[in-house]
Design a binder for this molecule. Structure first.
Ligand code: ARG
Length: 458
């Protein structure tokens, strides 16, 4: 069948070229946005006197009929149509005859696709925000439920200083709050209507872009018609924001994988979010966490693909830009899926405080507190640091820990050390005295929890 755009050419393309050129396989998911956009366009054409009011009514009714038929499954997408925009227009024209052919006045597929994609992604952004909020709330409640669990904090994956598990979890809540803000920010800038830019240069018709934008819930219109059809930075912004979000989910996933290993056993995942091995009967694998970590690469890839697609394109529209959709859809779909798994997985994971404490008691993670003790008695920190290190070395040699190291031996290293050292380096004491803002004491962590809850209210 000859194409709708047959004219200059015969419109008879090779079938392989057709398949190659077609985007309906992946842009059909924007049918609702496409149809809603067209309804507003018909209304604008009538309002400005470009078409008659009765014609607009007919177009809007026809479009509503197509929407209903697609929603209910009475109408199937025609893969031979080049894209969703052509498909809707073709069905409309089949159903309405010549009036259907008036819809495409004072617009182009170039501004139409930019419009549809912005409308589609602003809805996705809202869903992403809700999902991130939910995960943040779960993290806060996990932190709150486990305020007594003390674990070693790590640097270089070496036991470093004792912290509350809740403090560690709240670090992720803080990251997610920023992720949410980044998505909201991208959504805000995205919400400008490009429709009416037409092919790229604007139009000779006296259109009302602001009317159409307002009807579609935009905050305003794009101010330059070439920019309106040429840029996909709104996709890239959202993708950047969710790539960063995935980086955070991936780090948390990595920790979950570590924590559920026999070596750590800090947490146990619910059976609902683990798998077994087909050969090793003892296995309980953290596949979901591993997959989230794995899919992060894919989301980065989507972002890099679109950045690369766009980098060499002269203004205005180029067909390369059709590649935007698969990348951004895949990124958004993947991130939503990861969030939907991560949230209940974290919510249902069992924290094992005994194992955390055992690890905390074994790793000399109170060595900083031993040094600080001597500093408080007048020693310069560097000197105290050296002494504390030497005590640790002697402990290791003799199979002791700081908490069981005899006082007379302490005294050989420094006369400043007295019997009160044992209280001072007690792990709980080490945690509870870290009262600086943002620190690990339970007072401070409670403040953090309250702060995040407050942020989530807005
Ligand atoms: N399917 C196209 C896309 O996704 C729609 C815009 C086509 N415009 C054009 N002049 N060929 O980008």
């Amino acid at each position: 069948m000859a194409k709708m755009w047959a004219g200059r050419t015969s419109g008879e393309t090779d079938s392989i070229a057709d398949d190659f050129n077609s985007s309906i396989g992946f842009d059909s998911r924007m049918y609702r946005q496409d149809i809603t956009g067209s309804m507003a366009h018909a209304a604008m054409l009538a309002k400005t006197g470009i078409i008659a009011g009765a014609e607009a009514d007919e177009l809007i009714d026809g479009l509503q009929g197509i929407l209903d038929d697609l929603d209910s499954g009475r109408l199937d997408f025609d893969p031979s149509c080049e894209d969703i925009h052509m498909f809707v227009e073709q069905i409309l024209t089949e159903r309405l005859g010549d009036v259907g052919k008036k819809l495409h006045t004072a617009r182009s597929r170039n501004d139409q696709v930019a419009l549809d994609l912005r409308m589609y992604l602003r809805d996705e952004a809202a869903e992403l925000v809700a999902l991130v909020r939910e995960l943040t709330e779960v993290l806060v409640s996990v932190a709150e439920r486990n305020m007594k669990a003390v674990m070693p904090g790590y640097t270089h994956l070496q036991r470093a200083q004792p912290i509350l598990f809740s403090h560690h979890i709240m670090a992720y809540a803080m990251m997610l709050l920023r992720d949410k803000a980044r998505i909201e920010d991208a959504a805000k800038r995205m919400n400008m209507s490009p429709i009416g830019s037409c092919a790229f240069a604007g139009t000779t018709y006296h259109t009302d872009r602001a009317f159409e934008a307002e009807k579609l819930g935009f905050d305003g219109i794009t101010q330059n018609s070439i920019d309106g059809v040429s840029d996909r930075d709104f996709c890239l912004e959202l993708m950047s924001a969710i790539a960063i979000l995935m980086m955070h989910l991936s780090r948390l996933s990595e920790e979950i994988v570590l924590w559920t290993s026999w070596e750590f056993k800090f947490v146990e995942l619910s059976d609902s979010y683990t798998t077994g091995s087909s050969i090793m009967p003892q296995k309980k694998n953290s596949d979901m966490a591993e997959l989230i970590r794995g899919k992060t690469g894919r989301v980065y890839g989507d972002l890099m693909a679109l950045l690369t697609t766009l980098k060499g394109l002269p203004l205005a529209y180029n067909k390369d830009m059709q590649e935007d959709k698969e990348a951004v859809f895949d990124a958004v779909d993947t991130v939503k899926m990861c969030l939907k798994v991560m949230t209940p997985m974290v919510d249902t994971m069992k924290v094992i405080p005994e194992n955390m404490r055992r690890a905390a008691n074994e790793g000399f993670i109170n060595a900083t507190d031993l040094a600080d003790y001597m500093v408080k008695k007048g020693l310069p920190f560097r000197t105290a640091y050296k002494i504390s290190g030497s005590v640790v070395a002697d402990c290791i040699k003799r199979g002791l820990v700081l908490d069981t190291y005899p006082l007379e031996d302490y005294k050989k290293f420094s006369e400043l050390i007295d019997g009160d050292i044992y209280d001072e380096i007690n792990i709980d004491h080490c945690v509870e005295t870290r009262v600086s803002a943002g620190g690990t004491s339970s007072e401070s962590v409670k403040t953090q929890i309250a702060w995040v809850r407050e942020q989530l209210k807005s």
